[in-house]
Design a protein around this ligand. Structure first.
Ligand code: PEP
Ligand code: MG
Length: 314
């Protein structure tokens, strides 16, 4: 009998890379870095530097006016480094300054801050930085030195963007100041409806990640002041318009392979997180105390998704 044909050699298909939904943590003060890292979180989805800066009790403008730029850079460098050191090899997204002008008013240098009727709609976030490059540059200098010191896990996130040109302008300024913008991890907060609607244009402009700032996204989508108790019961994270914007942006990010995350308070709510995992969000970032219950909610929803798929295919 003829020898049985040797079985065809079939190259093993590469195992599909399945990355579960990452659970990251929000950090506001470097003092909390160790406690945040002890949760075992997959990184920091939001490091708010304004608390670090507001704690200095002097405005960024004061440092510049008094020739103390190096002091300001050193404060930022040290504070951020503490957090990076607590999360070796894990991504840490540092957000550029996002404090409304009224929070600077009573500090040294505060008399130079503009007086605004609606500070939350005013000169804050990326708007302030693009219009005051001298203040923006001090922050970028701190990041640059951290990257130069080998902290490749540092990512930079721009708050309050409402048009892709703001991202492009910020990145161009960083390049001008010597940042290798091809390798730097730069992303944006999605916290104004315009940026959710234009998410694909942001992706085309080169963002590496996007993160929902739901505290503001809810406020600006529903026209509900997040700090006004008269309308607090209308501040509705699960309002269909908010969910529709978020679902739309997640879908766009998935289509283009861009990491999509959330760092607003809704990311600490198990119900909301369950829904977000169902939409295919890549990571969520929660408050330190919420990490265990968020991890549980993520695992539960992922298990359900896998079981549903397996049973459908059985
Ligand atoms: C947000 O808007 O959801 C957010 C995380 O930023 P902040 O609360 O600092 O405005
Ligand atoms: Mg915000």
């Amino acid at each position: 009998a003829p020898a049985a044909a040797a079985p065809a050699v079939v190259a093993a298909a590469p195992a599909p890379v399945i990355t579960g939904t990452l659970v990251k943590v929000n950090v506001s003060l470097p003092e909390a870095a160790q406690r945040a890292a002890a949760t075992g979180a997959d990184g920091v989805g939001l490091l708010r530097i304004e608390h670090l800066i507001l704690g200095l009790n002097k405005t960024p403008g004061w440092y510049i006016e008094n020739g103390k730029e190096e002091e300001f850079i050193a404060e930022l460098y040290g504070g951020i480094k503490t957090v990076l050191d607590a999360f070796p090899g894990k991504p840490v997204w540092v957000r550029t300054l996002d404090a409304p002008t009224d929070e600077f008013r009573n500090m040294e240098g505060g008399h130079d801050e503009p007086i605004e009727h609606n500070p939350m709609l005013g000169w804050r976030g990326i708007r302030r930085d693009l219009q005051s490059p001298d203040q923006f540059r001090l922050q970028i200098e701190a990041f640059k030195r951290l990257w130069a010191a080998g902290y490749e896990n540092l990512g930079v996130m721009f708050p309050m963007v409402n048009h892709p040109r703001e991202f492009v302008q910020a990145r161009n300024m960083m390049q001008e100041w010597g940042v290798d913008v091809e390798t730097a991890t730069l992303g944006v907060m999605i916290e104004i409806p315009s940026s959710a609607i234009l998410v694909e244009d942001f992706i085309k402009a080169g963002i590496r990640f996007a993160s929902f700032g739901t505290n503001d996204l809810i406020q600006y989508t529903l026209a509900i002041d997040r700090n006004n108790e008269n309308v607090a019961d209308m501040y509705e994270p699960e309002h269909p318009a908010v969910l529709k914007l978020i679902a739309y942006a997640i879908k766009a990010c998935r289509k283009h392979g861009i990491e999509c995350s959330i760092c607003g308070q809704a990311g600490s709510d198990p119900k909301m997180v369950t829904w977000l995992v169902g939409q295919g969000i890549s990571s969520v970032s929660a408050n330190i105390d919420a990490i265990p219950r968020i991890r549980e909610a993520v695992a539960r929803k992922e298990r359900q998704i896998l079981l549903d798929a397996a049973r459908r295919n059985a």
